[in-house]
Ligand binder design. Structure first.
Ligand code: IPM
Ligand code: MG
Length: 368
């Protein structure tokens, strides 16, 4: 299989974690005889510094033509004083918009060897395995906003707005996802207060007739935040607006033990985008202490969801499980007795493990 992948390392720890993802993609391509061609382009603060814009036209054009895009992270204190719309984050938002990405899938799954680092007691944590389906192209992120000063008083506003078709297309994805899993869909809103949430709830409810095997439940977002912490096993697929999904996914990530562990995939009208959900963590940049796992799992999501390469993705993920089971940990998730290593060494150990087991599989004829 031949694929073109655009890499957008971005800022802070973005370049380090992007290198980790690229290493795993290259190793998969090498083992399974695929040809992945990589093209690296600037975004975010790095792009502001080199081109004056957080999303240069060449970057967006290359992404539009690619088979898949990988992004590290954007943002940092160096660009914090810039106005909204010129900050590194707007490069990411414009990219999501420019690629027509309206689905953001965030799988939150316990890595069994890391059970001990979850803040939840094991009996509450259960077999943490849920997916957040976050609407990505609308809501408060893209609503009308403004800032005025009247009679010496400054006022600023952002608006949350959704149309029925915008809700239907993301709900259809969430229903389909639920159909392929445990067939439980929890739609999160604030319909006791927000008009946009009332439309959200009505629309999602009306669609349930099309997906009779899926058990639909609605939950207010404040309760959902609490229920996630109290009993995450009640959830299978969670559907939410852009803003609520951003918040709930960080909360859910903490249950797995670290935000550094969680991947994401975004889908829309052209190339899908894969990115870890963590930020640019400027204070960690260059110290090799960033956790590459969210990025590595974003790479395996790319293999599975963008290219249909399930065996390749399983291969890398099972190797990751074994590396963790052998006790290797990056500094952010280290435990007593663990073998603490930097992110680049961790990635190299994983690559060697993938290679080693692949050679065994070839020699003894199992698995491939
Ligand atoms: C995320 C991030 C982004 C978001 C930021 C960096 C714009 O927090 O992907 O969750 O809010 O969507
Ligand atoms: Mg976020």
């Amino acid at each position: 299989m031949k694929k073109t992948i655009v890499l957008l390392p971005g800022d802070g720890i973005g370049p380090e974690v992007t290198r980790a993802a690229a290493t795993i993609l290259r190793e998969s391509a090498h083992e399974f005889n695929h040809r992945f061609e990589f093209q690296e382009l600037p975004i975010g603060g790095a792009a502001i510094d080199s081109t004056g814009k957080p999303l240069p036209n060449e970057t967006l054009d290359a992404c539009r033509k690619a088979d898949a895009v990988f992004l590290g992270a954007v943002g940092g204190p160096k660009w914090d004083a810039l106005p909204l719309g010129k900050r590194p984050e707007s490069g990411l938002l414009d990219l999501r918009k420019g690629l027509g990405l309206f689905v953001n899938l965030r799988p939150v799954k316990l890595l069994e060897p890391l059970r001990g680092i979850s803040p939840l007691k094991p009996e509450r944590l259960g077999d943490l395995d849920l997916e957040i389906v976050r609407e990505l192209a609308g809501g408060m992120y893209f609503g009308e906003r403004g800032n005025i000063t009247e009679k010496g008083v400054e006022r600023a506003w952002d608006t949350e707005s959704y149309t029925t078709p915008e809700i239907e297309r993301i709900a259809a994805f969430a229903y389909t996802r639920a159909e392929s899993r445990s067939r439980r869909l929890c739609s999160v809103d604030k319909a006791n207060v927000l008009s946009s949430s009332q439309l959200w709830r009505r629309t999602v409810t009306a669609m349930s007739a099309v997906y009779p095997s899926v058990k639909l439940e609605h939950m207010y977002v404040d309760n959902a935040a609490m229920q996630l912490t109290l009993r995450p096993s009640q959830f299978d697929v969670l559907l939410s607006s852009n803003m609520f999904g951003d918040i709930l996914s960080d909360a859910a990530a903490a249950l797995a033990g670290s935000i550094g562990l969680i991947p994401s995939a975004s889908f829309g009208s052209c190339a899908p985008l894969f990115e870890p959900i963590h930020g640019s963590a400027p204070s960690l940049a260059g110290t090799d202490s960033a956790n590459p796992i969210g990025s590595i799992l974003s790479a395996t999501l790319m293999l599975r969801e963008a290219f249909g390469l399930a065996l390749e993705a399983d291969w890398a993920e099972q190797s990751l499980q074994r590396v963790l089971a052998s006790g290797f940990r990056t500094p952010d998730i280290t435990e007593p007795g663990a073998r603490a290593v930097g992110g680049s060494v961790f990635t190299e150990i994983l690559r060697e493990e993938m290679q080693r087991t692949f050679e065994h599989a070839e020699r003894y004829g199992w698995g491939v």
